[in-house]
Design a protein around this ligand. Structure first.
Ligand SMILES: Nc1ncnc2c1ncn2[C@@H]1O[C@H](COP(=O)(O)OP(=O)(O)OP(=O)(O)O)[C@@H](O)[C@H]1O
Ligand SMILES: [Mg+2]
Length: 312
């Protein structure tokens, strides 16, 4: 879907992005991580042509974006940024409808779309449509910012630390919303974050950047298991690796058949091994009952099965 081929961008002769080659497949969430100033935001701006490449080519669906009309290109791509970029003197509804209006959708279709998106993000239309950005909490404003990025039904969503300024609880609920929405609408998402747990949770594949270059492009579990170099290894925290990997693994993939009475403490089959381990530590037990969303006992998770990990 998106292809970067030897892309560089210089500012005053200094490279911010250098020799970047990358393929992002349709429907995946590609997360870009790396230290501050390594070129993450620049990369997103090259994709929607807010910035031009100094050299190299970016193709979308095989088409060189330099040959496309920049405005039309941007309408195919939602763009959500940390400080939401909402127009302060416009209502929430008008902010969300900006791209559909540019696309000249008829008014009833725009209203229906705004309504649908607000509901999707848990913001009831009746209470939020006519509010101004200054009347929203930070988390609500960020949700409106993401809703606006989705409004024109873009094929591609570029997200630059969209949940950056949020408390951990709101952040986690927005991450879950994004995964839930993505399971339904299958956009191609390029997502920039500083938060490595967020990256591991959301990504199909992660791009690690260092000083303008790609150091590794891999699945979350391969980044943890086989870091390309010491920089990647340190970035993902050597001492925390076991827990980070456990947070990627589902209880359901590790449980054993239930024999005899169900253990007193339960864990969800969809929960991570990290959550299971925490429950074991808290309740001082080495065995959990695994249940489905309806509460039916599916199996048992002894601590030995946690140590073993998912069975192939
Ligand atoms: N418009 C610009 N003019 C000059 N230099 C710029 C410009 N935009 C970015 N840079 C430089 O390019 C480099 C990469 O910046 P970029 O914003 O892509 O970093 P980043 O990885 O997004 O960092 P952060 O995590 O802090 O947001 C930095 O050294 C920055 O100073
Ligand atoms: Mg940035």
């Amino acid at each position: 879907m998106i292809e970067l081929d030897g892309v560089s961008r210089l500012f005053d002769g200094v490279p911010a992005v250098e020799g970047m080659s990358l393929r992002i497949e349709r429907g995946e969430i590609c997360v870009i991580v790396g230290t501050s100033g390594c070129g993450k935001s620049t990369t997103l701006k090259l994709l929607n042509r807010l910035l031009a490449c100094s050299s190299g080519t970016i193709r979308i669906d095989g088409q060189d974006i330099a040959e496309l009309d920049a405005e039309r290109l941007r309408r195919r791509m939602g763009y959500a940024i940390q400080h939401t970029g909402l127009f302060p003197h416009w209502t929430v509804a008008r902010n969300i409808g900006v791209v559909p209006r540019l696309l000249e959708w008829p008014a009833p279709r725009i209203e229906a779309r705004v309504r649908e998106l607000l509901e999707l993000f848990g913001l009831p239309y009746a209470s939020f449509a006519d509010k101004f950005p200054s009347q929203l909490s930070g988390g609500q404003a960020q949700r409106v910012g993401v809703a606006r990025a989705l409004a024109g039904d873009p094929e591609i969503l570029l997200m630059d630390e969209p949940f950056g300024a949020l408390d951990p609880i709101t952040r986690e609920s927005l991450q879950n919303e994004l995964l839930r929405i993505q399971a339904r609408i299958h956009k191609t998402i390029v997502f920039v974050t500083h938060d490595l747990d967020e990256a591991l949770k959301l990504a199909s594949r992660i791009v690690v950047m260092d000083r303008g270059r790609i150091v590794q492009h891999d699945t979350p579990s391969r980044l943890l298991e086989q870091p390309a170099n010491a920089f990647v290894e340190n970035l993902f925290g050597q001492g925390e690796r076991g827990l980070k990997r456990a947070s990627l693994q589902r209880v359901g993939a590790c449980m054993l058949p239930l024999q005899g009475a169900a253990p007193a403490v339960s864990v969800g089959a969809e929960d991570s091994l990290r959550q299971a381990l925490s429950l074991m530590l808290w309740h001082r037990t080495g065995e959990l009952c695994v249940r489905d969303a309806e509460g039916r006992a599916l199996g048992v998770l002894p601590i030995g099965a946690v140590l073993q990990g998912p069975r192939a």
